[in-house]
Design a protein around this ligand. Structure first.
Ligand code: MOS
Length: 720
């Protein structure tokens, strides 16, 4: 039976739970020295002096690199979601926690101790740190405004004025940090002009491209190896300061160097999700038909990076409306770089839009689910293209049935269970889908295994298991005989892990690579003593007449270690359709009537994401997204002090959901392969689960308590 669509255990699960899988910080090489990053203690200004003598005299110290003793790094050229300038090349401080020196010593402890001996003086300027009272300006690129207006309608405000019912409110979200379990780390080792680098990344190809530029060497002289990644969520996409500094220091010193960031450093050096504010006004007819959607969205931005998050964009896509206006502006803060974080735009964007929908439903006296069903759109309102495959209505119906939505008494505060106020809320979930270029290699080996290799990354998403399942399915062999090789830059260029595009992009390439390897194997076999004429390939064996040999037996008999082929899968070129995944998230929250403590007790999520390759790990992805959305809704908030310092840059005071915070999950996948996207029909699920989760919780809390909290996270003080 094919494993495609079956619940398959992670192929690397045993290695991970036994501690056998090596993460970057685990790697050791000969003559290894240790780097420790020193960071700024002001948010804006310039360094006037750094006294490093004591550090240099400290035991085991090999070097201190700083703006006074900088490493050679060339300017970055690509527009990226990371810092605009390489570290140590000037004395300007752009944020608190910026990398200002690297201490290298024989041991990690020696480097850390010496780092504490460096005395830095600054000419400090007052930083801009207030998002709420900051001034919004146009973004550095792209149009600040998008208007879609029906013929004859002069403006969105005219459309709103003509609407029978309107609601208007402002929604805000706080800075969030990714906080993957595995901190960022880089180990760089040079042999002459060749760099071997182990570095935490959402794609080894991202590393070669960017390091090549800033180190001034050919990409083909950089080998990146990063087989296991302990969570990414977006901030392992960038080429952050510790990586080029470690590589350049290793080159300058003539020693391999390993640098591991502390948890606190991962709050500043490697990016965060910006704070956001969305002023939403919805106009509708009395029957609930949306007539105008207006969202003026603002997000925070750092002087250290070009990244900005157009949080309002989702409002131009999710629901049918003749008139839509979204704007995308930024508030510059003297804060660390912002970057992508799980479902950028969508996670914050959906909180505002989906909360506003609920407020409109209440004003109309309409069921919130019915309002969403009424405005479900067969086309993307932003560009008029029909959705490739959309079964959102079925998600709504199925989810409502599983959740028991019909038992919901619409009156807020009316449902109780002892001391607990019970609230039922829901939101639409969605995330864009895409298919990019990817090349993958498949190799039949004499030991009976098949290697499938591409420069993809498995962040804990189970992408390697997806490789194994698709190859096993295509080749008619057990999953256990496929060896996925990801995270190695010597492999063909596959998709990096980002934008929920790994499976949709790499999956079809794995299938084509298997087909190509079969063709190569047949060609190689034809004319050999075993197969005088062309054999057929059937489920792992070559067959001709009464002769049947497994590929392993055949390659062994030929004394050949393996036969391989590389195939490329092109990016989707569909000028007709728009692509998104769809779903309905239902949530039950219980709020204690005395303490106002909110507890999420139940999630039902019905997902229309095309072909699901592995329902077991796909379930985990959705559950992970819902848990992260619970954090966004109730707990997660990085606080920027007036000094420009993040006040809670640690996991003791930056709260994330733990097991005790997670409810019962009921996740169901509809089975509609999206064949307009690829023959495989898989769309991608890495980010989907978080979108809508925060709004579903906020809507449930409103239903439980009658309190509409428009500012995330919804902490107890906002419910008292
Ligand atoms: Mo994801 S935020 O595209 O890593």
């Amino acid at each position: 039976m094919s494993p495609l669509g079956q619940p398959v255990d992670r192929v690397d699960g045993h290695l991970k739970v036994t501690g056998t899988a090596s993460y970057v910080a685990d790697f050791q090489v000969d003559r290894l020295a240790y780097g420790y990053v020193v960071t700024s203690t002001i948010a804006r200004g310039t360094i006037t002096g750094m006294v490093v003598d004591d550090a240099l005299r400290a035991p085991g110290v090999l070097a201190v690199y700083s703006p006074d003793n900088p490493l050679k790094l060339f300017a970055y050229t690509q527009a990226q979601n990371d810092e605009t300038r390489p570290p140590l090349q000037d004395k300007v401080i752009r944020y608190y926690g910026q990398l200002i020196a690297l201490v290298v010593a024989e041991t990690f402890e020696q480097a850390r101790d010496a780092a504490g001996l460096i005395r830095t003086t600054y000419d400090a300027q007052p930083p801009a740190t207030s998002f709420p009272s900051g001034t919004a300006v146009n973004p550095p690129s792209g149009s600040p405004v998008q208007d879609i207006l029906a013929p004859g309608v002069p403006s969105i405000d005219a459309a709103l004025a003509a609407s029978e019912v309107t609601v208007s409110a402002t929604y805000t979200t706080s800075v969030n940090n990714h906080n993957a379990m595995e901190p960022h780390a880089t180990l760089a080792a040079w042999t002459n002009d060749h760099l071997q680098i182990y570095t935490v990344s959402q794609g080894v190809r991202l590393v070669t491209q960017r390091l090549s530029t800033t180190l001034g060497i050919d990409q083909n002289k950089i080998h990146v190896y990063n087989p296991y990644v302990g969570g990414g969520f977006g901030n392992k996409w960038g080429n952050w300061a510790h990586t080029p500094v470690t590589a350049a220091a290793a080159r300058a010193l003539g020693r391999p160097i390993k640098t591991v960031l502390t948890r606190e450093q991962t709050f500043t050096i490697v990016g965060h999700r910006p704070a956001s504010r969305q002023e939403v006004t919805l106009g509708a007819k009395r029957d609930g038909t949306l007539t105008a959607v207006k969202n003026d969205g603002v997000s925070s931005m750092s002087p250290a990076s070009n990244f900005f998050e157009p949080v309002a964009n989702l409002s131009a896509t999710l629901y049918a409306s003749q008139n839509i206006h979204v704007s995308r502006r930024v508030i510059p803060l003297d804060a660390p770089p912002t970057t992508i974080m799980r479902a950028p735009q969508e996670a914050s964007g959906s909180f505002a839009l989906e909360s506003a929908l609920d407020e409109l439903a209440e004003k109309l006296g309409m069921d919130p689910l019915a309002l969403r069903q009424k405005n479900n759109s067969p086309v993307n309102p932003g560009n008029g293209r029909p959705w490739s495959s959309k079964h959102l209505d079925e998600c709504y119906r199925r989810g409502a049935e599983k959740f028991g939505w019909s038992r919901r008494d619409p009156v807020p505060g009316s449902m109780r269970d002892g001391d607990w106020l019970v609230g039922l809320g829901m939101a639409t979930s969605t995330y864009p889908a895409s298919r990019g270029d990817a090349s993958v290699k498949a190799r039949f080996q004499a030991d009976g295994t098949v290697v499938v290799a591409g420069t993809a990354a498995d962040l804990g998403t189970a992408q390697s298991t997806v490789f194994a399942i698709l190859a096993a399915d295509r080749l008619g062999i057990p999953v256990s005989r496929v060896i996925p090789e990801l995270g190695d830059s010597s492999a063909p260029t596959a998709a990096n892990a980002g934008g929920s595009g790994s499976t949709s992009t790499n999956g079809p390439a794995v299938q084509l690579a298997c087909d190509a390897a079969v063709a190569t194997l047949i060609k190689f076999a034809t004319g050999t003593p075993y197969f005088p004429t062309e054999p057929k390939y059937v489920d792992g064996s070559l067959v001709l007449g009464s002769t049947s040999m497994t590929f392993g037996a055949f390659l062994s008999a030929m004394d050949v270690p393996g036969v391989e082929a590389v195939a490329a899968s092109p990016r989707a070129n569909d000028p007709v359709h728009a692509f998104r995944s769809w779903g309905a998230t239902f949530c039950e929250v219980r709020v204690n009537r005395w303490t106002a403590e909110p507890r999420v007790s139940r999630f039902v999520c019905v997902v229309d994401a095309g072909q699901i390759v592995n329902p077991k790990t796909a379930h985990s992805q959705i559950v992970g997204g819902l848990i992260m959305g619970t954090g966004q809704a109730l707990l997660e908030e990085t606080r920027l002090e007036p000094s420009g310092r993040f006040a809670n840059a640690n996991l003791a005071t930056y709260l994330v959901p733990v097991n005790a915070d997670t409810p019962v999950f009921d996740v169901e996948f509809l089975d509609y392969p999206d064949t307009f996207l690829s023959p495989l029909g898989a769309r991608g699920i890495g980010e989907f689960g978080i979108v809508g989760a925060a709004a579903a919780i906020a809507n449930a809390i409103h239903h439980a308590t009658g309190k509409r909290v428009r500012d995330l996270p919804i902490t107890i003080d906002k419910l008292l």
